[in-house]
Design a protein around this ligand. Structure first.
Ligand code: MN
Length: 485
């Protein structure tokens, strides 16, 4: 074989091998491209999926946010509506109470005028019927006003030092006649040592107790009603003080299980099938329970039909460290009874101040003619010398004129809502002019915040309309009794 032939063969072989390598490489390349393409496709799928998932997530979040804000809006709207309703009820019942005050006030005046022994009995009966029904209507209006104030969160609870013994004595004084008239007993006692002073809102506590005892008396025809006061065990401890407990039990007709469920619900008294029907609006217990909660406690009830009922009221005592405890009846008796003596004290005081010198001069500034006549008549009867003004402008002018002639007023009663110049403006003006005279605001508003507004204008005290005769005289006396600078 020739060399050239061999090398040619070699070359061919090498060439073939090279071709095979190239083919192999090409095949690999193709495979690689395929794999790459597949990978890209998968990558695209993954990224598309991710995008979709992202979108879904985003829209879910969007939807949730939207739903939340819609819910929030709906909640705000519902709250605003509830508040508006409560405000409306409060305003309405106030508007209704004002003319009722005039009706009741004039009925009282007619019942006191002249020689009653000479008046025909039928006329007295009619006046008393007027008075009874008017008072009942007032109670209903007060209930509605109270409830709407509670619901609007506009009720003011004060925390002052008060004696539980004095409050219980008041309840006894106020309810004993009702019990005696029905021929049933009323026992008020202590079930253990109780603090001689607590921090609470005595007016509201008295209101709740009056309601519970009043209800108990109403539904009891035989036997009696008992009120037991004690301190609840330490497990009922409030935030600062302890729980004071008033247990009001009666031997009346009891409350069936159906009625028990809704006994504290407002506006559920329509059901006539309950064994124990409540008079009036049926709002008394609803109000009482909410007041008890505002006083840091609660009201619970236990009853079986035909076995009487037991209402347990608890309230927070407030701080009672170092306050002596007492159980004895003497504590009860040593407390001067307030209810009956109040007016007597007032009259004695009035006699004393009237005897000691010239009559106290009062300026009454009020735009409502009925109220003006009624208040001025009441004050005149109490022995004051009354001058009347019809609006704030007249009030300021009268105060200035009387001061200039050396006969300044001892006190000014100032209505707050008046035309021309309102009570706030008139009071501010008098204070700016340097008048130190006590000014009692006659405020028509019963919502929280009104008090602050009056005091800010410069009033020294206030009486809430509708004006109650005794309360008004008391406020005036409190003001003129204070030493003046
Ligand atoms: Mn007015």
């Amino acid at each position: 074989m020739e060399d050239s032939d061999r090398s040619k063969e070699d070359l061919l072989a090498e060439l073939q091998a090279a071709r095979a390598v190239v083919a192999k490489l090409r095949a690999h390349e193709k495979e690689g491209a395929q794999i790459e393409a597949e990978l890209r496709r998968e990558l695209r799928l993954v990224s598309e999926n991710a995008k979709t998932t992202g979108n879904i997530l985003r829209s879910t979040v969007d939807l949730t946010n939207q739903a939340t804000s819609e819910l929030k809006q709906a909640k705000r709207r519902a709250e605003a509506a509830a508040l508006a309703k409560s405000r409306f009820l409060a305003n309405m019942s106030h508007e209704l109470r004002t003319p009722m005050t005039a009706i009741l006030g004039y009925t009282d005046l007619l019942l006191e005028e002249g020689d009653l022994s000479q008046a025909p009995k039928s006329r007295i009966d009619k006046l008393q019927t007027l008075k009874r029904n008017g008072s009942h209507l007032m109670r209903i209006l007060n209930d509605i006003l109270d409830l709407s104030k509670i619901e609007a969160g506009a009720i003011e609870i004060e925390r002052v030092k008060a004696s539980p013994f004095e409050i219980l004595t008041d309840i006894d004084g106020l309810m004993r006649n009702t019990a005696e008239a029905k021929g049933i007993s009323l026992n008020i006692s202590c079930g253990g040592a109780i603090p001689t002073a607590i921090h609470t809102d005595p007016t509201r506590l008295r209101q709740v107790l009056m309601n519970l005892v009043g209800n108990a008396l109403k539904f009891t025809d035989e036997g009696g009603v008992s009120v037991v006061a004690d301190l609840a065990g330490p497990e009922h401890k409030g935030d600062v003080g302890r729980a004071m407990r008033f247990t009001v039990s009666d031997s009346g007709c009891g409350i069936g299980p159906d009625a028990m469920d809704k006994i504290f619900d407002a506006f559920s008294q329509a059901d006539a099938s309950t064994t124990r029907k409540f008079g009036g609006t049926g709002l008394g217990l609803t109000i009482s329970k909410q007041l008890a909660q505002l006083l840091g406690g609660d009201i619970t009830v236990e009853s079986a039909a035909d076995e009487g009922a037991t209402f347990v009221l608890t309230i927070d005592t407030g701080p009672i460290e170092g306050v002596p405890l007492a159980t004895s009846e003497q504590e009860f008796e040593s407390v001067p009874t307030k209810s009956g003596d109040d007016l007597e004290n007032t009259q004695a005081f009035l006699r004393r101040i009237h005897d000691s010198g010239p009559k106290l001069r009062v300026l009454l500034v009020e735009d409502g003619p009925d109220n003006r006549r009624l208040i001025s008549h009441t004050l005149g009867r109490a022995g004051f010398e009354v001058t009347q003004g019809e609006n704030g402008r007249e009030g300021v002018d009268l105060a200035v004129a009387h001061h200039d002639t050396g006969q300044p007023f001892d006190l000014i009663l100032m209505d707050m809502q008046m035309p021309v110049l309102d009570g706030y403006g008139a009071t501010s003006e008098l204070r700016q002019r340097g008048f130190q005279t006590p000014i009692v605001a006659l405020t028509a508003h019963a919502m929280a915040g009104d008090k602050e507004r009056c005091l800010k204008a410069g009033c020294t005290a206030f009486a809430t309309k509708p004006i109650e005769r005794r309360a008004l005289i008391q406020v005036i006396l409190d003001q003129v009794k204070q030493p003046r600078s």
